[in-house]
Design a binder for this molecule. Sequence first.
Ligand SMILES: Nc1nc2c(c(=O)[nH]1)N(C=O)[C@@H](CNc1ccc(C(=O)N[C@@H](CCC(=O)O)C(=O)O)cc1)CN2
Ligand SMILES: Nc1ncnc2c1ncn2[C@@H]1O[C@H](COP(=O)(O)OP(=O)(O)OP(=O)(O)O)[C@@H](O)[C@H]1O
Length: 186
Amino acid sequence: MKTLNNLRQNLLEIRLRSNRDDAQRKCLENKVASFFEQLNDCCVAIYWPINSEFDLRPLALNWARYHPNRAIALPIVQLNEPLKFGLWTESTAMQKGPQGINEPIVNSNYAQPDIIIAPCLGWSDQNKQLWRIGYGGGYYDRTLALYKNKQHNVQSVGVAYNTQKVAEGDWRPQEHDQALDLIISA
Ligand SMILES: Nc1nc2c(c(=O)[nH]1)N(C=O)[C@@H](CNc1ccc(C(=O)N[C@@H](CCC(=O)O)C(=O)O)cc1)CN2
Ligand SMILES: Nc1ncnc2c1ncn2[C@@H]1O[C@H](COP(=O)(O)OP(=O)(O)OP(=O)(O)O)[C@@H](O)[C@H]1O
């Protein structure tokens, strides 16, 4: 088994290559577009892309446009805490969070998303469940665990390239890992 750090480094390079490939990116874009097309009015948390993560912003904005009951939220990071979320439109004032990622300035008016879409470094299909590998901060795991605890219903969705799929021999979910409901992949 590779060390988790090595695996993460490899996955970062793999994602970078896939996200630079117009054909692969277009394929994933079509999948994400279909996901948004079937989505009812709700609040969906996306992410502000970094490190060659697939950019959902144009598709999400397009989904929300002219629909007052559709809302987009972005994560707000407090170190080692579950994520909070803030509503986002193209005119929302932004600031950089602890990892330098843009987040909305919300003055504690947090949003509660119905759907959380998370970027994946890798993903795996094991024990009939879908698992996500992230940067190792545990932010999405903590967030999904908290929602489950409070019985806040949320649908968890990963976005990833097929190339980012990891075999059972290379990675196993740990106790704290939260399975995702869906992975949009291409
Ligand atoms: N776009 C995006 N937003 C997100 C996440 C994410 O994975 N992607 N998060 C998911 O949890 C949360 C932030 N957590 C993060 C944790 C670590 C690193 C990270 O890359 N850390 C490296 C520095 C990498 C670099 O700057 O190149 C490090 O600390 O060494 C980024 C985000 C919430 N927002
Ligand atoms: N529910 C939780 N409560 C407290 N700590 C947690 C919880 N879930 C995960 N963690 C912490 O987060 C650490 C990193 O988890 P993991 O490697 O699965 O992160 P990740 O899913 O890759 O990261 P991220 O979601 O930030 O991209 C774990 O070692 C654990 O200490």
